[in-house]
Design a protein around this ligand. Structure first.
Ligand code: FMN
Length: 141
Protein backbone atom coordinates (compact mmCIF):
# COMPACT_ATOMS: atom_id res chain seq x y z
CA UNK A 1 0.00 0.00 0.00
CA UNK A 2 1.52 3.27 -1.17
CA UNK A 3 1.20 6.46 0.86
CA UNK A 4 2.23 10.07 0.52
CA UNK A 5 3.17 12.03 3.64
CA UNK A 6 3.64 15.78 3.90
CA UNK A 7 5.07 17.68 6.85
CA UNK A 8 6.53 21.05 7.72
CA UNK A 9 9.21 21.87 10.28
CA UNK A 10 11.40 24.69 11.47
CA UNK A 11 15.13 24.47 11.21
CA UNK A 12 17.18 24.63 14.41
CA UNK A 13 19.87 27.09 13.44
CA UNK A 14 20.58 28.28 9.94
CA UNK A 15 20.04 25.89 7.05
CA UNK A 16 23.61 25.77 5.80
CA UNK A 17 24.86 24.01 2.68
CA UNK A 18 26.56 21.49 4.96
CA UNK A 19 23.27 20.56 6.62
CA UNK A 20 21.44 20.32 3.30
CA UNK A 21 24.20 18.30 1.64
CA UNK A 22 24.28 15.87 4.55
CA UNK A 23 20.48 15.38 4.38
CA UNK A 24 20.57 14.83 0.63
CA UNK A 25 23.41 12.32 0.92
CA UNK A 26 21.56 10.36 3.59
CA UNK A 27 18.33 10.54 1.62
CA UNK A 28 20.03 9.36 -1.51
CA UNK A 29 21.49 6.31 0.19
CA UNK A 30 18.59 5.40 2.51
CA UNK A 31 15.60 6.29 0.35
CA UNK A 32 16.81 4.23 -2.60
CA UNK A 33 17.11 1.19 -0.35
CA UNK A 34 13.65 1.77 1.09
CA UNK A 35 12.11 2.64 -2.28
CA UNK A 36 11.10 6.07 -0.97
CA UNK A 37 10.78 9.05 -3.27
CA UNK A 38 9.94 12.69 -2.67
CA UNK A 39 10.79 16.33 -2.51
CA UNK A 40 12.40 18.48 0.14
CA UNK A 41 11.76 22.20 0.04
CA UNK A 42 13.80 24.64 2.09
CA UNK A 43 13.52 28.36 2.69
CA UNK A 44 12.86 31.02 5.34
CA UNK A 45 14.14 28.67 8.04
CA UNK A 46 11.54 26.06 7.11
CA UNK A 47 11.50 22.58 5.69
CA UNK A 48 8.58 21.22 3.75
CA UNK A 49 8.95 17.61 2.72
CA UNK A 50 6.87 15.03 0.90
CA UNK A 51 7.69 11.34 1.24
CA UNK A 52 6.18 8.60 -0.90
CA UNK A 53 6.51 4.87 -0.56
CA UNK A 54 5.16 1.80 1.16
CA UNK A 55 3.35 2.77 4.35
CA UNK A 56 5.65 0.88 6.71
CA UNK A 57 8.78 2.38 5.15
CA UNK A 58 7.36 5.90 5.12
CA UNK A 59 6.35 5.59 8.78
CA UNK A 60 9.80 4.30 9.75
CA UNK A 61 11.55 7.13 7.93
CA UNK A 62 9.20 9.76 9.34
CA UNK A 63 9.94 8.52 12.87
CA UNK A 64 13.67 8.92 12.20
CA UNK A 65 13.18 12.35 10.68
CA UNK A 66 11.12 13.72 13.57
CA UNK A 67 13.85 12.62 15.99
CA UNK A 68 16.43 14.63 14.06
CA UNK A 69 17.70 17.57 16.10
CA UNK A 70 18.28 19.71 13.03
CA UNK A 71 14.63 20.74 13.20
CA UNK A 72 11.64 21.10 15.53
CA UNK A 73 7.95 22.10 15.55
CA UNK A 74 7.34 19.29 13.10
CA UNK A 75 3.75 19.29 11.99
CA UNK A 76 2.19 16.53 9.94
CA UNK A 77 0.10 18.15 7.21
CA UNK A 78 -1.23 15.04 5.53
CA UNK A 79 -0.82 11.31 5.05
CA UNK A 80 -2.86 9.74 2.28
CA UNK A 81 -3.07 6.46 0.44
CA UNK A 82 -2.15 6.89 -3.19
CA UNK A 83 -2.52 4.84 -6.36
CA UNK A 84 0.73 6.09 -7.88
CA UNK A 85 3.70 8.27 -7.05
CA UNK A 86 3.89 11.90 -8.10
CA UNK A 87 7.61 12.35 -7.46
CA UNK A 88 8.70 8.84 -8.47
CA UNK A 89 11.81 9.93 -10.32
CA UNK A 90 13.58 11.35 -7.25
CA UNK A 91 14.84 9.54 -4.20
CA UNK A 92 14.89 13.13 -2.95
CA UNK A 93 14.75 16.39 -4.89
CA UNK A 94 15.64 19.70 -3.29
CA UNK A 95 13.86 22.92 -4.19
CA UNK A 96 14.05 26.37 -2.64
CA UNK A 97 11.03 28.13 -1.22
CA UNK A 98 12.41 31.64 -1.10
CA UNK A 99 15.28 34.02 -0.70
CA UNK A 100 17.77 31.94 -2.68
CA UNK A 101 15.35 32.19 -5.58
CA UNK A 102 13.96 35.73 -5.94
CA UNK A 103 11.33 34.67 -8.47
CA UNK A 104 9.86 32.18 -6.02
CA UNK A 105 9.90 34.76 -3.26
CA UNK A 106 8.00 37.22 -5.42
CA UNK A 107 5.45 34.60 -6.32
CA UNK A 108 4.91 33.52 -2.70
CA UNK A 109 5.88 36.41 -0.41
CA UNK A 110 3.87 35.31 2.59
CA UNK A 111 3.48 31.56 2.21
CA UNK A 112 3.21 29.93 5.62
CA UNK A 113 2.94 26.14 5.53
CA UNK A 114 1.77 26.08 9.18
CA UNK A 115 -1.43 27.83 8.27
CA UNK A 116 -1.80 26.56 4.70
CA UNK A 117 -4.01 23.64 3.77
CA UNK A 118 -2.14 20.48 2.84
CA UNK A 119 -3.58 20.84 -0.65
CA UNK A 120 -2.07 24.30 -1.10
CA UNK A 121 1.27 23.23 0.35
CA UNK A 122 1.37 20.28 -2.04
CA UNK A 123 0.44 22.54 -4.99
CA UNK A 124 3.28 24.86 -4.08
CA UNK A 125 5.74 21.95 -4.05
CA UNK A 126 4.53 20.82 -7.45
CA UNK A 127 4.84 24.34 -8.80
CA UNK A 128 8.37 24.69 -7.43
CA UNK A 129 9.36 21.40 -9.03
CA UNK A 130 8.00 22.57 -12.37
CA UNK A 131 9.33 26.11 -12.32
CA UNK A 132 12.74 25.72 -10.73
CA UNK A 133 15.60 23.33 -11.31
CA UNK A 134 15.50 20.77 -8.52
CA UNK A 135 18.80 19.62 -7.11
CA UNK A 136 17.97 16.02 -7.53
CA UNK A 137 19.09 12.68 -6.36
CA UNK A 138 17.50 10.41 -8.92
CA UNK A 139 16.10 6.97 -8.35
CA UNK A 140 18.15 5.26 -10.99
CA UNK A 141 21.51 6.93 -10.23
C1 FMN B 1 14.35 18.14 7.05
C2 FMN B 1 15.00 16.79 7.04
C3 FMN B 1 14.68 15.87 6.04
C4 FMN B 1 15.27 14.61 6.02
N1 FMN B 1 14.93 13.73 5.04
C5 FMN B 1 15.48 12.49 5.04
C6 FMN B 1 15.13 11.54 4.03
O1 FMN B 1 14.32 11.78 3.14
N2 FMN B 1 15.72 10.32 4.09
C7 FMN B 1 16.64 9.99 5.06
O2 FMN B 1 17.13 8.86 5.06
N3 FMN B 1 16.98 10.87 6.00
C8 FMN B 1 16.44 12.11 6.02
N4 FMN B 1 16.81 13.01 6.99
C9 FMN B 1 17.85 12.61 7.94
C10 FMN B 1 17.25 11.77 9.05
O3 FMN B 1 16.65 12.61 10.00
C11 FMN B 1 18.35 10.93 9.72
O4 FMN B 1 19.39 11.77 10.14
C12 FMN B 1 18.94 9.92 8.79
O5 FMN B 1 17.93 9.19 8.14
C13 FMN B 1 19.85 8.95 9.54
O6 FMN B 1 20.50 8.21 8.57
P1 FMN B 1 21.73 7.24 8.96
O7 FMN B 1 21.17 6.31 10.00
O8 FMN B 1 22.09 6.58 7.68
O9 FMN B 1 22.82 8.15 9.47
C14 FMN B 1 16.20 14.27 7.03
C15 FMN B 1 16.52 15.19 8.02
C16 FMN B 1 15.93 16.45 8.03
C17 FMN B 1 16.29 17.43 9.11
Amino acid sequence: MLVRLLYVSQSVGPITTTVTTSILEKSSANNKKQNITGVLCQGSGLWLQVLEGERAQVNALYSRIIADRHHHNIELLSMEEIASRRFGQWSMALVYLSKDDPMVQMAHPEFDPYSATAKNAMSLLEELIETSTPIASTVSA
